[in-house]
Design a protein around this ligand. Structure first.
Ligand code: SAM
Length: 240
């Protein structure tokens, strides 16, 4: 069973990252993860960030808004962004980058070919976008990173994104940790989700963690918004 500490992030491995399984098994895990995202209103913070930019007139005019999603997994966040863009008549070019080729395959198969979304298999740190993105977004990705890699990702986002970046990740909270275990103990959930969910929460963040990362990345915390979203997402965003 996963261990939780409010004081520090767990380094326990997620099965999703470490266990080799057939594609169909991995796909079932991604589908369940997307179900968790939907049921926990996980797209709302990212869409809220985009909507604020739209309302304040910060989106580019005369060309599509380019968004890069780091660690895009099943691509469900980008499909939610595509839905938002379509409802708001915002032209977009969306790219998802994931290190796991099976994520790319699953995301492509789940996304209509005529949607403005493309997926690439690459380590985000070696990925060079053809066109620089306006925004770098990520969801449930940063808790996969620790120490220098996490600082490097934030510095990379700051350098790569023309307009800004938004991190959507988990709040390391005991209620969420135990609550998730309870909820997934009933019903049929993929075993990776049952194991990795609590581990991800234990690897998640508290405000002080992010303040340390921002300081190490040399980003003024006053230029960043740290927001808590029900239930238990802690998000970090910056508009340049
Ligand atoms: C927990 S999943 C999150 C997927 C999706 N964003 C979501 O919200 O459900 C984290 C994803 O990050 C990917 N990943 C981990 N390290 C990566 C790296 N260095 N570069 C690109 N993707 C990475 C994993 O393959 C995995 O698909």
């Amino acid at each position: 069973m996963a261990a939780f500490s409010a004081d520090s992030r767990s380094t326990e491995a997620e099965w999703m990252d470490t266990e080799a399984v057939p594609f169909e098994d991995f796909l079932a895990c991604l589908e369940d993860l997307a179900r968790v995202n939907r049921l926990s209103l996980g797209y709302r913070p990212t869409l809220g960030f985009l909507e604020r930019l739209r309302r304040t007139g910060r989106l580019p005019s005369g060309r599509p808004l380019r968004i890069l999603d780091a660690g895009s997994g099943y691509g469900d966040t980008l499909r939610a962004v595509a839905g938002w863009a379509s409802r708001r008549s915002v032209a977009v070019e969306l790219s998802g980058v994931d290190i796991n080729p099976w994520s790319t395959r699953a995301a492509r198969e789940a996304t209509p070919a005529d949607w403005p979304v493309r997926y690439h298999t690459a380590d985000i740190f070696s990925h060079v976008p053809t066109d620089p993105p306006d925004l770098v977004i990520s969801a449930l990705f940063t808790h996969h990173l620790f120490g220098a890699d996490l600082v490097r990702f934030i510095a990379w986002s700051e350098e790569t994104a023309r307009l800004g970046w938004f991190v959507n990740d988990l709040h390391r909270d005991p209620v969420s940790f135990h609550g998730f275990q309870l909820i997934t103990s009933v019903g049929r959930w993929h075993r990776f989700v049952r194991h990795d969910g609590p581990v991800s929460i234990a690897r998640g963040f508290r405000k002080a963690d992010w303040l340390g990362v921002l300081a190490a990345a040399d980003i003024d915390p006053r230029s960043v918004s740290l927001s808590w979203w029900l239930p238990y997402r802690l998000c970090v965003g910056r508009v340049k």
